[in-house]
Design a binder for this molecule. Structure first.
Ligand code: 5GP
Ligand code: MN
Length: 324
């Protein structure tokens, strides 16, 4: 902690970035840390390569997040949040970050590659927002209601509303403190879980219909195509959380959701680009499986992106059922 605080005390201009297809932790951590650095008197640029999902657009200062950086600006420090691998920021931003003298890596993925010059990587933290909270406390700046809302949202969403295996004492302790600082839990929950588009609910219907289960009942598989997104007028952000339905089936130890990425038809015969999300009941380490395929994550939530045919990916994943 102190090594990062001491470095920042000598910094002026910081570029903050989190992972593509951001979730509540990636966005909440970005906002909380950005506002805290400003409270320390630094200049902070908040950046994410992907659009911000509609359900997170209520967050304070969210409009400050930009998807491109001004080439004329220089930064002395890049802070990369919630990324197990620097590539997770997206290729364009990775090139920009690699030109910045000091890279700070703040993350909670067990598969973190240890990139950067300064690290605060805590695999037992429930969310990157938990680590961000402790860093901000070490900076000794006041935690405003805006910062508190961002931290609360990061912890709430990454723990699946305090249900997933990463839910720890810190999750409750920090969230209690954030509520004391003015966060309204029902308002946050209403934005995050109660403002879905009708299309998203229709997409859920298609996703549920796609569920296949292995012969031994231990593995469930969901598939989402670009056609399904078009049919329901949704975007890939609307697929967030759907995998939890596949995970919640009795006896299922491992659930996977294969999601077709846009423009995936431009590849060799029948091949496409797919993102595979995996969730386990905690008895299977899905971060290991994801790492094998070039991705990463946590013991019970991980993912990877692959170029192959859908049938190859499906049979490869279904083949895992016998090992469960
Ligand atoms: P999801 O697959 O649901 O997007 O992500 C599940 C978890 O795995 C998240 O913590 C996410 O950051 C991580 N993850 C997903 N895809 C990748 C990937 O391609 N590389 C790495 N290192 N982590 C990933
Ligand atoms: Mn996270």
């Amino acid at each position: 902690m102190d090594h990062i605080r001491n470095h920042l005390k000598n910094s002026r201009r910081v570029l903050l970035v989190s992972h593509v297809n951001p979730d509540g932790d990636a966005i909440g951590s970005l906002i909380a840390m950005g506002l805290a650095l400003e409270a320390m008197g630094l200049s902070a640029t908040l950046c994410n390569a992907s659009p911000i999902p509609a359900v997170y657009r209520f967050l304070p200062a969210v409009q400050r997040i930009t998807d491109r950086i001004d080439g004329t600006q220089t930064y002395d420090t890049a802070m990369v949040l919630d990324c197990g691998d620097l590539k997770r920021v997206g290729n364009r931003l990775m090139e920009a970050i690699n030109r910045i003298p000091i890279i700070v890596n703040v993350d909670h993925h067990i598969t973190n590659t240890g990139f950067g010059h300064l690290q605060q990587v805590e695999p037992f933290a429930c969310a990157t927002a938990e680590i961000v909270y402790r860093l901000i406390r070490s900076f000794e700046v006041p935690v405003s209601r805006s910062i508190a809302t961002a931290i609360y949202t990061g912890i709430l969403t990454d723990t699946g509303s305090f249900r997933f295996a990463n839910t720890n004492r810190a999750a409750f302790r920090i969230c209690e403190e954030m509520v004391a600082l003015g966060v309204d839990p029902s308002k946050v929950a209403q934005h995050v879980y109660g403002t879905y588009s009708l299309g998203r609910i229709k997409l859920l219907n298609l996703a549920l219909d796609s569920i296949e289960i292995s012969n031994n009942g231990k593995l469930s598989l969901m598939c989402l195509s670009q056609g399904m997104l078009q049919e329901t007028g949704t975007q890939s952000e609307d697929a967030d959380g759907l995998i939890n339905y596949a995970r919640s089936i009795r006896n299922v130890k491992l659930a996977a959701m294969i999601q077709e990425r846009p423009n995936s038809g431009t590849h060799a015969e029948g091949e496409g680009r797919y993102h595979v999300s995996m969730r386990s009941d905690g008895t299977v380490d899905v971060s290991e499986i994801a790492s094998y395929f070039g991705g990463g994550g946590h013991v019970s939530a991980a993912g990877f992106t692959i170029e192959s045919t859908l049938s190859n990916i499906k049979s490869e994943i279904m083949g895992l059922a016998d090992t469960l």
